[in-house]
Design a protein around this ligand. Structure first.
Ligand code: TMP
Length: 207
């Protein structure tokens, strides 16, 4: 069975991920290549409903393990309903956040550690990105870019939480050198775009 390409984009809140996702979409549009773009949490009707619960500022009492399991539940549905079928169909899947977000935010940020990888091994069931772009930006800088009154439940967490999330991402990058491509996200939007485009060309050349 022909396998597609699975690309995920990761980074701390305010790292410029949304802007670069638009650039990635443009990259494939310029090449007249179809992509399946999707996001987490979400990407399915069920996942979007779970997303609304997780990010709701009124859900302050949510237990950390509940939070981790909700992200994983949304992901299980996403993999089963959207990502795996698209890849089996030979498509290029671009996903805004995937399992690395859970390891960084719930594993490191919430301090749940290994449990997060274990729960998610069931959610992803072996379906992992071929390439992950990690936008690396000092979390303090990232957070300053998001207006306080527009922060969701996760974004409004304390500085220490976001520092831990970033530490988690850097560890993931170290542990997965073949998959995770670290991108310095402190430079200009254009420079970051060019870094990503260079890597995307390499990925396509390997097909
Ligand atoms: P977004 O703002 O990039 O759409 O992501 C929503 C928030 O959810 C963001 O603060 C990161 C967080 N998140 C987790 O904590 N764990 C996860 O597994 C995912 C996918 C996102």
């Amino acid at each position: 069975m022909k396998k597609g390409i699975f690309i995920s984009i990761e980074g701390p809140d305010g790292s410029g991920k949304s802007t670069q996702i638009e650039n990635i979409k443009q990259f494939f549009k310029d090449k007249k290549m179809d992509i399946v773009f999707t996001r987490e949490p979400g990407g399915t009707a069920i996942g979007e409903r779970i997303r609304a619960i997780i990010l709701d500022n009124n859900c302050r009492e949510m237990d950390y393990m509940t939070e981790a399991m909700l992200y994983a539940a949304a992901r299980a549905q996403h993999v089963a309903q959207v990502i795996r079928p698209a890849l089996e169909d030979g498509k290029i899947v671009i996903c805004d956040r995937f399992v690395d977000s859970s390891i960084a935010y719930q594993g490191y940020g919430r301090g749940l550690g290994e449990a997060v990888a274990i729960i998610n091994s069931y959610a992803v069931a072996g379906c992992m990105p071929d390439v992950t772009f990690l936008l690396k930006l000092d979390p303090a800088v990232g957070r300053n870019r998001i207006r306080a009154d527009q922060q969701d439940r996760l974004e409004s967490e304390k500085e220490a939480f976001h520092d831990e999330v970033f530490r988690g991402y850097l560890q993931l990058e170290k542990d997965n050198p073949g998959r995770i491509v670290g991108i310095d996200a402190s430079g200009s939007i254009e420079d970051i775009k060019l870094d990503i485009y260079k890597k995307l060309e390499e990925v396509l050349n390997c097909l």
